[in-house]
Design a protein around this ligand. Sequence first.
Ligand code: ASP
Length: 325
Amino acid sequence: MAAPPRPRLLWLATGGTLAATGRGIAYHAGALSPEALLAAIPEAGQYAELELASPFAMDSKDATPHHWLRLHAAITQALARPELAGLVLSHGTDTLEETATLLALTLAPTKPVVLTGAMRPPSEAGADGPRNLLHAIRLAADPDTPPGVFLVFGEAVFPAMGLRKAHTLALQPFAAEPRGALGSAFPWRPPPLEERASPLPLPHPWPTVALLSATALDAPEALRQTQETGAAAAVLLLPGHGSVPEAWEAPIADATAAGLLVVRASRCGLGPVLPHPVDQRLGTLPAGLLSAPAARVAAALVAPFPPAERQILWRARFLPYGAEA
Ligand code: ASP
């Protein structure tokens, strides 16, 4: 009897440690072909028929908006192909949260788009890439997986929104606000369908969004200089839960009054930045569930809107925390 047809998936391989040669932390990211990586997980064939493509192969520390836009175009094309059941996107972990945030905010996926990566090169003891890739393929092929952008990593399934790489070396470096993992790869539990706001348009050209450290040792003049360079937004890396040092208050109020989108983010790796009365006073937006790097991507997408609309778009997407503090 002929075997039942398997779902067809597209795997977009973009490099990272998952495809690295070398050992330890002195690896060469993106050196191995997707064909070579797939040969290490023959079980993948049980779950899906895979089509491979590699728009670029790199260390994700070098990613720019140009790479994000190329990926966005490749995924948009693939989502329009009815014969594909889902997509897998392998990506370096270092800037995965930026790519995931961009895709989650700008796509209207009709099928699963599953990101994955690795913390150890394939030639290293305890390499996690083959397992992560197999789990990503399984999730993308599972008919119970809802449409959406997800990350499969270290046996957990994370949402794209709220994602952050929170550890430099751990085999599970990812965390997500506000609820952590949505599903698991062992025991197998696909994520539930999540409510999604309508997609935001891609900005052309990509606006400059500054990231400014705003603590006792930083000069608030940096904010004015940022405005003078024509930046559309600034994400402030603030202490604790996004607390604004007094010396920064007046410069921030001036900047927002002049139309700069200013986001309060935290220099802590984990936890939300909740709405606070200071936002009313200074015209800032709290990062909510976003890490500072993800808030930079979100700010680039929201900055082109008029200020009143920015508030509404931001609150609907990044502040699932109920009443204001
Ligand atoms: N530097 C690598 C990258 O982001 C790290 C990784 O893949 O984990 O491409």
